[in-house]
Design a binder for this molecule. Structure first.
Ligand code: HEC
Ligand code: HEC
Length: 338
């Protein structure tokens, strides 16, 4: 899979935001600013750069979600159908869409979804929206590519309870599906094309067009004073030190419960979750223990920053977080029924 697939994997890797890129950039920026101050106070040294308007322009630590990357329409369509195809589960009872509902928030509204045997899974279901923009996948960041992630979901006895071989057998024996693979890939379904079709679809699940991104793009009227105030608070309190970059998260590993316990203690180290579309993805945290955004924001301030936020601060931050809801195929992302 690696050789024939290196191209796809590379494409993914390149687009992902490198960890702590913002922090590094801001540190470099700080050094530059300090240098300039020294230069100015000691009288301009010969050959020093003047502080032009470019350097003074505000550089936001969050960047807009891009539109979906160009993709082969046949592979994309095939991936979309496979994502909803119950033949991808051992007993035919579920598909990726059972837990990742693309018509709502790319996940569902449950605290934790059920395993095939009816018991509860250990972790809350993550949204697949914008997952392509995170540097690793899953709460623990244990996968780097959609192909590896999909294979693990399929093989997992509690999640889909099947195997790639078993699925390929079912797909090859269906003339219509076999034909669709031949059209898209030039041959019958095999491991690489199956995983590539799913990954191609997942790469497309981006949600651009949020009000915050419109503001980043220069539309000053896209945010109200209250929402902007919330964004300033998000930065000044230090939320931004972990939730930053294109996904407002998804580019760092961090401990949770740094100052005070938060949610279940295990796993201790998590990929900082993305806050894109966060208003639509209750409940929150890896164990789904925070039912509302109010609760999650309040707990974050206390556990990660040792700050007891006032009701007003919580409301302002939530006003900002609400502006991070984007659109998928032109419609706003919405919360799933609980
Ligand atoms: C029974 C519910 C369930 C089904 C069915 C399911 N998933 Fe998931 N999915 C989860 C859970 C739970 C997580 C979080 C797992 C973790 O963090 O270890 C997750 C995480 C993911 C992520 C990571 C998102 C991110 O931001 O890191 C991707 C990608 C994903 N699933 C793709 C798929 C695909 C593709 C399928 C179908 C082949 C699938 N899932 C089927 C429950 C499910
Ligand atoms: C030191 C890093 C760090 C800081 C600072 C931080 N967070 Fe978090 N945030 C995390 C981690 C890690 C998680 C995942 C916790 C879990 O699931 O148990 C998280 C989870 C969240 C969630 C839930 C996301 C979801 O999908 O479940 C929200 C909302 C959130 N943070 C908002 C904030 C706000 C608002 C602030 C500032 C008041 C903040 N965070 C400060 C690291 C941080």
């Amino acid at each position: 899979m690696r050789e024939t697939h290196g191209h796809e994997a590379d494409r993914t890797a390149v687009r992902r935001v490198p960890a702590d890129s913002y922090l590094r950039r801001s540190r470099a920026g700080g050094c530059l600013a300090l240098l300039l101050v020294i230069t100015i106070t000691t009288g301009a040294a010969p050959g020093s750069q003047p502080l032009g308007p470019q350097a003074a322009a505000p550089q936001e630590p969050i960047t807009p979600v891009p539109p979906s990357p160009p993709a082969d329409a046949l592979k994309l369509g095939l991936g979309e159908r496979l994502f909803a195809d119950p033949r991808l589960s051992g007993d035919g009872s579920r598909a990726c869409t059972t837990c990742h509902d693309i018509r709502t928030n790319g996940a569902d509204g449950h605290r934790r979804d059920k395993a095939l045997d009816g018991s509860e899974l250990a972790l809350n279901t993550s949204t697949v929206f914008n997952a392509a923009l995170s540097f690793r996948l899953n709460w623990e960041g244990n996968f780097r590519t959609f192909e590896a992630e999909a294979e693990a979901m399929l093989d997992n006895r509690r999640i889909l309870g099947t195997s790639v071989e078993e699925i390929l057998e079912k797909l090859r024996s269906d003339p219509e599906t076999a034909h669709q693979f031949e059209e898209a890939y030039g041959h019958l379904p095999d491991r690489t094309s199956l995983l590539d079709a799913i990954a191609t679809y997942e790469q497309s699940l981006l949600t651009p067009g949020s009000r915050f991104d419109r503001w980043l793009g220069g539309d000053a009227a896209a945010l109200s004073a209250e929402e902007l105030n919330g964004y300033q608070l998000f930065k000044s309190l230090g939320c931004i030190s972990c939730h930053q970059g294109v996904n407002v998260g998804g580019n760092l590993f961090e401990r949770h419960g740094i100052f005070h316990p938060l949610a279940s203690p295990k796993p201790e180290i998590l990929r900082v979750p993305s806050l894109r579309n966060v208003a639509t993805t209750p409940p929150y945290f890896h164990d789904g223990s925070a039912p509302t955004l109010q609760e999650a924001v309040r707990q974050m301030g206390y556990a990660q920053l040792d700050k007891t936020l006032s009701d007003q601060q919580v409301d302002s931050i939530i006003a900002f977080l609400n502006t991070l809801t984007g659109t998928y195929r032109g419609s706003p992302v919405v919360a799933a029924p609980p």
